[in-house]
Design a protein around this ligand. Structure first.
Ligand SMILES: Nc1ncnc2c1ncn2[C@@H]1O[C@H](COP(=O)(O)OP(=O)(O)OP(=O)(O)O)[C@@H](O)[C@H]1O
Length: 489
């Protein structure tokens, strides 16, 4: 990717991003996260309020949460997520000579691409790449559906495939990549920029709202990356792209994409315009039934690669609960715990932003160094808060669930559920409970989880969580300092 051409692309991208932020209020696609303010009455009503709040969440909110979470993961991650799990490969043709590689050399990449890969500090392919890259680079092209958790190297894999397949002498779009939001598209663009650093002939353009092109023009860039609505417009209405000349189509973050029906439909409409010979690649971090159904519509005759998530376990976690009558009592219990034992770093989960904000304020007044992660923060701000916390600048992180899903802070030894996790129907959210306090079996680090119970309703939730995991949650009396001291040993 030429520096000059790239500089131009970056300018375009910034201009586009800027005009997008001006457009966002009126336009649905690419709209920034925006949530109604919690009101005082709601917060005072406790868990039931949360239930109503969650029920009222729209499909759009959910997809924005997912997209924001995905972006946050990308921003706070500096390298590969290690996984010990096996890759499951299902090939369309069992006799196909596809194989797995252990080095980038074996892939016979174009020299500038190999140079780009090494310049990014990649020494060898990640688990998913070992299997996905040979398939994606095979001749004739193979279709692929790949699922592996966030951070396992999917983006790097399909970027390498796109860069490998373009013919730089042809001055028209040949690879099309769709992402759920423009922020995610820009992140992928950055990877293309880095990996294509030594391949200046290949150029990239963003098909995102705000990137207004002159009517009637034909794009010369070989790679187009954008959001489904704009990509569809550019192929169909505005005809900047000739879809019949596309030979690689990538659909990234399928699980986030399907959270919005509109994106799903647009993606399918794009796919229908592409030639039968076009290689279809689809990536997802999770793989529930709905993703699979969508994937099958986008990718005909796929090879399938799945990397199972490492099992989280509660085996090494000591779990307790504390009975209180109000949030003030819960706060007092928390102070007693802090007074009795030394806690290196703790994460505290609240139901609502309002409670989280209140608690962070109270803890600060008590002299704690507190970081607050809150829903109204921009994703970049959240990433900065997490970085500071990881760096040990603050010892307590107070957060709501939405902000902290998927955040892995290894040094956190104590997790406090100031409010227990419940789903939109008010039932225990076991999965979230596990994610908050669980440790992957491999690390096996010991941890402490303390649950605050303040009503019959939350006591019932606690019992059901206990039953679900079949692990006893012990009662803790926080007025008894000796008892608290014991749990730390
Ligand atoms: N082979 C490799 N060796 C070392 N680091 C790698 C390799 N492949 C990717 N990485 C790095 O690991 C991190 C995660 O990679 P990548 O973004 O491709 O994962 P992902 O699975 O696409 O994640 P997401 O689902 O969030 O998009 C990035 O920082 C990337 O630069």
């Amino acid at each position: 990717m030429a520096t000059d051409s790239w500089a131009l692309a970056v300018d375009e991208q910034e201009a586009a991003a800027e005009s997008i932020s001006n457009l966002q209020l009126n336009e649905k696609e690419d709209k920034p996260k925006e949530k109604p303010e919690e009101n005082g009455a709601k917060a005072a009503a406790g868990e039931k309020t949360e239930k109503t709040e969650k029920t009222e969440k729209t499909e759009e909110d959910d997809s924005e949460d997912k997209a924001a979470q995905s972006l946050l993961n990308k921003l706070i991650r500096s390298n590969l997520v290690n996984t010990t799990n096996q890759v499951e490969v299902l090939q369309r043709d069992p006799n196909s000579p596809l194989y797995s590689v252990k080095s980038f050399e074996e892939l016979r990449l174009k020299p500038p691409l190999l140079q780009g890969v090494y310049a990014m500090g990649f020494n060898r392919p990640s688990k998913i790449q070992e299997n996905a890259l040979p398939m994606m680079l095979a001749e004739p092209p193979q279709n692929l559906i790949a699922q592996s958790q966030s951070g396992t190297g999917k983006t790097a894999a399909f970027v390498l495939a796109m860069l490998s397949h373009v013919d730089p002498n042809n001055k028209w779009p040949q690879c099309l990549c769709v992402s759920p939001t423009y922020e995610l598209a820009l992140q992928t663009g950055k990877v293309i920029e880095q990996m294509g650093k030594f391949y200046p002939e290949v150029k990239l353009v963003y098909a995102i709202r705000g990137n207004k092109l002159e009517r009637g023009m034909k794009l010369q860039e070989q790679i187009v990356i954008g959001t489904p609505g704009t990509v569809l417009d550019w192929c169909q209405k505005l005809r900047f792209i000739d879809p019949k000349k596309i030979n690689v189509f990538v659909l990234d973050e399928a699980d986030v994409m399907i959270a919005t029906q509109g994106h799903q439909d647009q993606s399918i409409r794009i796919q229908r315009m592409l030639p039968k010979t076009c290689q279809m690649l689809l990536f997802s971090a999770t793989f529930e039934e709905s993703v699979w159904n969508f994937a099958k519509r986008i990718v005909p005759d796929p090879n399938i690669i799945k990397l199972k998530r490492e099992e989280e376990t509660l085996d090494t976690i000591k779990q307790y609960y504390v009975v209180c009558n109000s949030k003030e009592e819960k706060f007092q219990a928390l102070c007693n715990i802090y007074g009795a034992i030394t806690i290196a770093q703790a994460m505290i989960f609240c139901h609502t932003r309002r409670t989280a904000g209140w608690l962070a304020g109270e803890l600060s007044k008590e002299g704690h160094q507190v970081a607050l992660l809150s829903g109204e923060m921009q994703v970049e701000q959240r990433a900065a808060v997490i970085e500071r916390f990881r760096g040990g600048k603050e010892k307590v992180l107070v957060t709501t669930n939405v902000c902290a899903r998927g955040i892995d802070v290894e040094q956190v030894s104590v997790v406090i559920n100031f409010d227990l996790p419940v789903d939109k129907d008010g039932n225990p959210d076991n999965e979230t409970y596990l994610h908050r306090i669980g440790r992957t079996g491999r690390f096996g680090k010991r941890g402490l989880a303390i649950n605050m119970v303040d009503s019959k309703f939350s006591m019932n939730v606690l019992h059901r969580i206990q039953e679900h995991f079949n692990k006893k949650i012990e009662k803790l009396n926080t007025d008894d300092l000796d008892e608290i001291e014991k749990i730390a040993n």
